[in-house]
Design a binder for this molecule. Structure first.
Ligand code: PGA
Length: 254
């Protein structure tokens, strides 16, 4: 099984800060079997490919439009990303859902657009705090997965990376426990199996939500936790690099 650490920079960094962070990450390789991705904001994608390309780090976008091109002011199409050498794209992040009105149906269209142009979708799902407290978290995540992905065939779903990001853990300092994470990851894998059969066993499922060097070893130890989608800690080179090493060690001893 692949192990992935992906850094979601969200709307942070200026050009010089971005270059410094990219160079520090690239210089910390080789990564011994851990796939490392960085997802800087759109203006820095080209620069990111130049700084880390060929150094074992892949570049991902944080969002895309479902159409290849067209009159969609302010949007970015998948062929544009591909032409830069971007290899993956986060879709369905809870901040896109919460602040920009993205629905599972919209996210599903973006997943299809990415697969068509051979970019790897990093599909995010996860429940709100009230949903976990109300005990509906499994239903919520199942609905997200099935609504967004049901139009795809097993071979397409096999090309995804899935990120479980409980909304109550994102940027709050309140991470899921290793048990909560593993329980949900196993559930997600079982749901993916309904959609993609045995291919689901090879789909990396990343944990995201206040994942830091001091809690990552426990989280990454879960059998169905195949790495992390990292927000805040991906902005600090030492922390991000530490997370890559922790993931490597967790999977080596597993
Ligand atoms: P966080 O964000 O690590 O800052 O909680 C994770 C994410 O939103 O991907």
């Amino acid at each position: 099984m692949r192990t992935i650490i992906a850094g979601n920079w969200k709307m942070h960094k200026d050009r010089t800060e971005a270059e410094n962070l990219l160079d520090a990450i690239a210089a910390s390789g080789p990564f011994d079997g851990v796939e490392v991705l960085v997802a800087p904001p759109f203006p820095f994608l080209d620069l990111a490919v130049r700084h880390v390309g060929g150094k074992g780090v892949r570049v991902a976008a944080q969002n895309c439009h479902e159409a290849g091109q067209g009159a969609f002011t302010g949007e970015v199409g998948v062929p544009m990303l591909r032409s830069l050498g971007v290899g993956a794209c986060i879709v369905g992040h809870s901040e896109r859902r919460q602040y920009f009105g993205e629905t599972d149906v919209m996210v599903g269209r973006k997943v299809a657009a990415l697969l068509k142009d051979e970019l790897q979708p990093i599909y995010c799902c996860g429940e709100q705090r009230a949903e976990r407290e109300g005990g509906t978290h499994f239903d919520v995540v199942a609905t997200q997965l099935h609504t967004a992905l049901s139009g795809l065939g097993p071979k397409e779903i096999a090309r995804l990376v899935v990120a479980y990001e409980p909304v109550w853990a994102i940027g709050t300092g309140l991470n899921a426990t290793p048990e909560q994470a593993q329980e949900m990851h196993a559930f997600i894998r079982a749901e993916l199996r309904k959609l993609a059969g045995d291919a689901a066993d090879a789909i990396p499922i990343l944990y995201g939500g206040s994942c830091k060097p001091d809690n990552a070893a426990g989280l990454f130890a879960g059998a169905d936790v195949n790495g992390g989608l990292i927000g805040g800690a991906s902005l600090v080179a030492d922390q991000f690099i530490a997370l890559v090493r922790i993931a490597r060690d967790a999977k080596r001893t597993a």
